[in-house]
Design a protein around this ligand. Sequence first.
Ligand SMILES: C[S@@+](CC[C@H](N)C(=O)[O-])C[C@H]1O[C@@H](n2cnc3c(N)ncnc32)[C@H](O)[C@@H]1O
Length: 277
Amino acid sequence: MAKLLQSAAALPDKAPWPSGLRGPAAAIARWAFDQRHLDFSKSVQDALEMDGFEAPVAATSALHDLALRVAAAGCALQAELLASTTVYNMLGTSLVQRLPQHVLPRFEFHGDGCCRRYHVLADLLGPRLHQPARLLEVGVNNAITSEYLLNRFANLQFDGVDPYFGVEDIYAEASARLQPFSDRARLWRRTSAAAAAEFPPATFDVVFIDGDHSHDAVVEDLRLWRGHVRPGGLLAGHDLFNLAFEGVLEALVESLATRGAPETIHFGFDFVWWLQL
Ligand SMILES: C[S@@+](CC[C@H](N)C(=O)[O-])C[C@H]1O[C@@H](n2cnc3c(N)ncnc32)[C@H](O)[C@@H]1O
């Protein structure tokens, strides 16, 4: 966090294009002190002043809630600082320099669903699951995300795609995790490209791209899967603004630019991004 704050401090506090991103000072002003913490101090105070045998429980619970809010604000600050730092860094690249400004995307941060990718996905999926809905995940790994979502939503139908090259143990672990949901979860052991050819267009409510994170692979996944999302659905993915995977941001910007009109890239905690189709 200290390193991130240091590099953010060197940036101008003005968005590079009408990107929708808050600059570092604005992000710090928004999250480092949240008015809701102050509002909440009243309930902490009330709980601390309570008498009777319930007092310690109320006080502990109020302090726990406050700590969670402060932690979530810290995560939001980190997410926004990483976004602005990464986008500024990308400005020097030949990719952005050759693109006309009017095709560059806007970004919109959503501070719900703290703090891991499966919490964010649960928040996105929840409102769609009053009836059965279909999720496809590209890159399942050990099925932590899919198990969490299948446990949480009885109406969720899941398809996962992962070739598991040379990792039999991880394939076995994922298969075991998904086995209790075999009536509504399928694991396709193949590459993203091979699987995409097997599904008809407009099949899924949400596609979550989290497979090969190289630039070219993400460009290819965006091309392969966009048409498989139903109108009104979400094309989503992981590791946007993650300094370890710079190709993801470049691939998204480049792919969206080819569509000729600016789109909004929504993003939340834990590097999750999504497009509303
Ligand atoms: C970061 S992990 C996925 C994590 C998982 N989505 C989660 O939330 O826990 C990336 C996975 O992508 C898989 N992968 C690599 N190349 C792929 C490809 N061409 N198609 C589909 N999956 C691929 C890897 O085998 C690996 O399991």
